[in-house]
Design a protein around this ligand. Structure first.
Ligand SMILES: NC(=O)c1ccc[n+]([C@@H]2O[C@H](COP(=O)([O-])OP(=O)(O)OC[C@H]3O[C@@H](n4cnc5c(N)ncnc54)[C@H](OP(=O)(O)O)[C@@H]3O)[C@@H](O)[C@H]2O)c1
Length: 293
């Protein structure tokens, strides 16, 4: 059996979590809108993740909506003591599966209660404020009104740690002045490296960074360099993409998403995949400024 702790650990919300975690979004079903494609399989995948040593799961109550959290509860409650569940608020789903902002104090508060109820928890380990100014990418704008609401809910004991998602460096600084920021979750992968400077800044501050879409999300990564390195190492391109992220910076926590047991196993096996210097150099060139992926 693979020992996933070989990929190391990093501080997240007062605990050391294994850098190889799991993103639960794909379990909700097609378009992240319930019902799940295979409910029984979703339960099996979640249990196998935990049995394989995963102690960091990323979710949101707006996946499904509610479906992903309900699956997590059904599969894993009562939760292992060392499990950190990270959720996010700030969005909601339209009846047509669209992604909409939900950022009034009432909406944020009710999202926290939805997460608590559906996960079966009295306090949430980590809550990211997901900025919806531009759904696709970070865009400037004050986060003070929303982060202050979440900080108040934290003081009330409903949230242990706060993070921020889809954020710029200035927004992270603004949030930090309101409450401690335990983690940042932005889009980042081998081919999308807009956050290079932010990752280094967060690493220097000891703050965890969990890239979403580590495998490219809805459009899986494709690159000749990735395929060439994978072929040379006897690995898959997705494994190489994850191994590159582990090498990129020690504060990066992986939350690859899958509803497939085979892909889960493949992703966790990255703990034992070494990237030689020449492979790393070739991969570094993929997303470097001006390079085509
Ligand atoms: N903060 C945010 O705004 C935000 C946005 C998006 C996601 N997230 C979080 O980030 C997590 C990861 O993102 P994601 O799931 O959207 O994207 P991802 O991890 O980049 O990619 C998931 C896609 O890759 C496929 N896949 C997974 N492992 C694979 C493998 N070994 N080989 C081939 N295909 C593989 C999955 O399909 P199969 O199911 O078939 O394996 C799925 O289609 C999510 O679970 C969610 O928790 C956060």
């Amino acid at each position: 059996m693979i020992d996933i702790s070989k990929a190391g650990t990093y501080a997240l919300g007062g605990r050391q979590v294994k850098r190889l975690g799991y993103g639960a979004m794909q379990l909700a079903g097609p378009h992240v809108f319930g019902p799940p494609k295979d409910r029984a399989q979703a339960i099996v995948v979640l249990r196998e993740a935990i049995a394989s040593g995963v102690n960091h799961i990323d979710t949101s109550d707006y996946y499904g909506p509610h479906v992903t959290n309900q699956l997590i509860r059904e599969a894993l409650h009562p939760y292992p003591k060392d499990l950190t569940i990270v959720t996010k608020v700030g969005g909601k789903r339209g009846a047509d599966a669209s992604w909409l902002p939900a950022i009034s104090p009432a909406a944020l508060t009710s999202a926290i209660h939805d997460n608590l109820r559906n996960l079966g928890l009295e306090a949430l380990d980590v809550v990211n404020y997901r900025i919806m100014g531009d759904v696709q990418r970070p865009s400037e704008g004050s986060v003070e009104p929303q982060f202050a609401v979440l900080a108040k809910l934290q003081r009330q004991g409903l949230i242990r740690h706060l993070g921020i998602s889809n954020a710029t460096s200035a927004q992270v600084r603004e949030a930090r002045a309101i409450a401690e920021v335990a983690c940042v979750q932005n889009m980042y992968n081998l081919a999308r490296r807009d956050d290079d400077a932010l990752i280094d800044e967060l690493a220097a501050a000891g703050t965890a960074y969990a890239p979403f879409f580590p495998l490219g999300g809805f459009a899986p990564l494709q690159s000749k360099a990735l395929s060439d390195v994978a072929a040379k190492l006897g690995a898959t391109p997705m494994q190489v993409a994850l191994a590159w992220l582990l090498k990129r910076s020690p504060n990066i926590l992986l939350i690859p998403g899958t509803a497939s047991l085979a892909h889960l196993r493949e992703n966790l096996a990255v703990a034992e995949l070494a990237l030689p210097a020449d492979a790393l150099a070739a991969l570094n060139r993929v997303g470097a400024k001006g390079a085509a992926a």
